[in-house]
Design a protein around this ligand. Structure first.
Ligand code: SAH
Length: 216
């Protein structure tokens, strides 16, 4: 439940996002509606509506709201879309996507995170978001193709298998660059002339790691 005294911080965050150029109304409305405090550890609750990444279980992080907003906007989402996210983490970005599009498949390699995220998404009534435990470097072929693909973990190079699971006119957004350093958020749009690549700005994400996590 949203604490009433979050209202000011929420309003300030939404204003800051608007000032940073987030114009997509469906994305803004999703950011307003998803209770971020439910996706973070109790100790960090006072920072739930601050525009910053925060630590979650398994040594991972919940993304910064401005970065989630930027990625979601860059995906040019439409209500009919089916979206694949790699890197469920807390489930926050999946919840934002789930408010905007028809169907979301989100893949996570830690069972602990996947289970907790699935519980949160259920509690919010987001029945259109499915959490899958798998190695997202291979995407999730069982439900491909996807209209949009979002990588919530950094890659040195986007795996070819992910592009294979992207439908015609598809858009894929990914942090591309070295692990544990600054990466570039890149938008790949599939069009008549091939893949158009656009750089959106520097970001810092945890790396996409191989395999399902051994320590769950
Ligand atoms: N979108 C999340 C942030 C995720 S942090 C949120 O809003 O909270 C990145 C996540 O990617 C971590 O949880 C990490 O475990 C996961 N990850 C890293 N490599 C992966 C892989 N190969 N397959 C699936 N998930 C992966």
């Amino acid at each position: 439940m949203t604490e009433p005294d979050d209202a000011l911080e929420r309003a300030q965050l939404l204003l800051a996002l608007r000032q940073r150029g987030i114009r997509d109304r469906a994305v803004m409305s999703a950011l307003e509606r998803v209770p971020r405090e439910r996706f973070i550890e109790p100790a960090f609750r006072p920072l739930a509506w601050a525009d910053q990444a925060l630590p979650i279980d398994c040594g991972q992080t919940i993304s910064q709201p401005a970065v989630v907003a930027l990625m979601a906007q860059a995906l040019d989402l439409a209500p009919a879309h089916r979206v694949l996210e790699i890197g469920t983490g807390s489930g926050y970005a999946a919840a934002i996507l789930g408010h905007v599009v028809r169907e979301v498949v989100t893949v996570e390699r830690f069972r602990t995170l996947a289970d907790a995220a699935a519980r949160r998404l259920d509690a919010l009534g987001l029945a259109n978001v499915e959490v899958v435990i798998a190695d997202g470097r291979h995407g999730y072929g069982a439900r491909a193709p996807y209209d949009r693909i979002l990588l919530s973990a950094a890659v040195e190079e986007v795996p070819a298998e992910l592009f294979e699971q992207l439908g015609p006119d598809g858009i894929l957004v990914a942090p591309v660059g070295p692990a544990h350093e600054t990466q570039m958020l890149v938008r790949f749009a599939r069009g008549a002339t091939g893949l158009e690549r656009r750089e959106l700005g520097p970001v810092r994400f945890v790396p996409m790691l191989p395999g399902i996590a051994a320590v769950l």
